[in-house]
Design a protein around this ligand. Sequence first.
Ligand SMILES: [Zn+2]
Length: 92
Amino acid sequence: MSRDRVRCVDCHEPIAADTRICPHCETVQPSPLVDVGVAVAGVFALVFGVVLALMTLGTTRLIGFLLLVVGFGLAVGGYTRHIDRQAERRAR
Ligand SMILES: [Zn+2]
């Protein structure tokens, strides 16, 4: 698979990186802006989770830890995808 081909988010068929709609299943591919939004939302969830986990006890603390883990995953996932797409774009 060459660098300017990505996999469809839905059917995982290889498609061109700049294709907005998958030719196989017609799913609209997410834009890089969505990745940034996901990363920002993740950072907010992470910070809120840390505050909850440190400042509260019991169930709220548990929710804080959950937010922390989910937020971290979203932030890292969104950021990594954003970087990947930028690298793909630069390679062409
Ligand atoms: Zn598809």
